[in-house]
Design a protein. Structure first.
Length: 447
């Protein structure tokens, strides 16, 4: 069971006007952006960074034809950004780097712009791989930094914002690339993204500079300790389960998150080319429609999960996300084997619950109650595990596809994830009676 204490809601001391009033100084409110404004800019910046690695989704079939890529070569190109992303995420967990989340996010945006230029001007697979790898560095630098800043700026409500940004960024990048490719200027998507990222980078630097001028310690997340009561009282869960149980469920949350993020990796990396194999020279929007459907459904589920109509899901994100992901993957594997487009589409729509609820639920479970600096470190570690597993799945499926073809690649990849999902779901259901503390905490985060 879980004990419940009632405390005033608390948020980091980030509003310089209140500090100024206490010491008798006057502050120009218009000159200092509010925490919500800066938080919106941070979230927009992270969303654009995530959009970068998803831009080639619409161009993968064209790359396959232009460079005569095998299924393994195609999966290698798609997963190249993960090769540097994971070690960079691990590096970003160092305390010296965690303390300057604002600088890391700005550098991540700059790296995204350089990656766009390389991808736009690439004339060989080597240049494409370098550009993809650099986009992975930009994601790694930005992930923990954005997580730390969002918690520092908006408190508990910011804990799952990085997971939401992952979904929205992937959707924006994929849809934008498809729209431009559909009108015949797909390669310009990198330049459009570079310009948009540069604009947001400028806005971020201005917002951070203005906020730092009002409070020099406001955004150095390693030094954020002071908190002030503000707003109505909220229920703060006090878990009474043993540390061993908490550790086991954190491992379970990590595994569910890895499964959840492997789903969009498999669908966006291999399914567009599979669809072209089924339908012939189809339009770009047709080939990428399963990936768009998956990401759109994932975003919609995250939005609806905060509405009363899906209130029953709160606290059960791991269970619901794993169940939906497992069922959807099984349908996707069946659709690949039978060349059934309805099964492929239905599988993608249902599997969206994996990244929408499983990945986000795992992140909230692992980071609940952490200060901004620790939030960034744990988020980086969580993302590193999820991205690494996604790379193994996509590359492994591609290697199998090099021997047996795209149908075999998708069927084996989706089938293996289905087996994993079924095992995780069984563990969750067996131990569900021990998840009371987790449910209570998630309910507070979503409230």
């Amino acid at each position: 069971m879980t004990g419940v204490l009632v405390e005033p809601s608390r948020r980091p001391l980030l509003v310089p006007e209140r500090v100024a009033r206490r010491v008798g100084h006057r502050v120009n409110r218009r000159a200092v952006p509010t925490a919500r404004v800066v938080g919106a800019v941070v979230l927009a910046a992270f969303t654009l960074v995530i959009a970068g690695p998803n831009l080639p989704t619409a161009l993968l079939p064209a790359y396959r034809q232009a460079y005569r890529m095998t299924p393994f070569g195609l999966s290698l190109l798609f997963s190249a950004y993960l090769l540097l992303l994971v070690p960079t995420l691990v590096l970003c967990m160092r305390p010296a780097l965690r303390a300057r989340a604002d600088a890391l996010l700005a550098i991540g945006l700059g790296a995204a712009v350089v990656a766009d230029v390389l991808m736009a001007t690439a004339g060989s697979t080597v240049m494409l791989l370098i550009g993809r790898a650099l986009s992975g560095v930009s994601v790694a630098l930005s992930t923990g930094a954005a997580a730390a800043l969002m918690v520092a700026l908006v408190g508990e409500r910011g804990r799952g914002s990085v997971a939401t940004g992952n979904i929205v960024g992937a959707l924006v990048g994929t849809v934008g690339a498809v729209a431009l490719a559909q009108i015949g200027i797909g390669s310009t998507v990198y330049l459009v993204h570079a310009v948009a990222t540069s604009v947001v980078l400028t806005a971020l630097l201005l917002a951070l500079a203005a906020r730092s001028a009002g409070d020099t310690a406001a955004l150095q997340t390693g030094g954020i300790q002071a908190e002030i009561p503000d707003g109505p009282a909220v229920k703060v869960p006090v878990p009474t389960v043993t540390p061993g149980v908490i550790r086991r469920h954190r491992l379970l949350g990590t595994a569910v998150g890895a499964l959840g993020w492997a789903i969009p990796g498999l669908v966006t990396g291999l399914v567009p080319s599979l669809l072209r194999q089924f339908t012939g020279p189809a339009a770009v929007i047709v080939a990428t429609s399963p990936a768009i459907l998956l990401l759109a459904c994932a975003w919609l589920l995250q939005v609806l999960a905060r509405r009363p109509m899906l209130r029953f899901v709160r606290g059960h994100e791991l269970t619901v996300g794993t169940a939906m992901g497992t069922v959807g993957l099984a349908l996707l594997a069946a659709g690949a084997l039978t060349a059934s487009l309805p099964l492929v589409y239905l599988g993608c729509a249902i599997a969206a619950g994996g990244p929408a609820m499983g990945y986000r639920g795992g992140m909230v479970l692992l980071t609940r109650g952490l200060d901004p600096s620790r939030q960034g470190a744990v988020t980086s570690r969580y993302a590193a595990g999820s991205y690494a597993f996604s790379a193994v799945v996509v590359l492994g499926s591609g290697a199998i596809g090099a021997i047996g073809g795209l149908v075999t690649a998708v069927a084996v990849g989706a089938g293996a994830l289905t087996v994993l999902g079924a095992g995780l779901l069984a563990v969750i259901l067996v131990t569900e009676h021990l998840m009371v503390a987790y449910r209570s905490d998630v309910a507070v985060v979503h409230s």
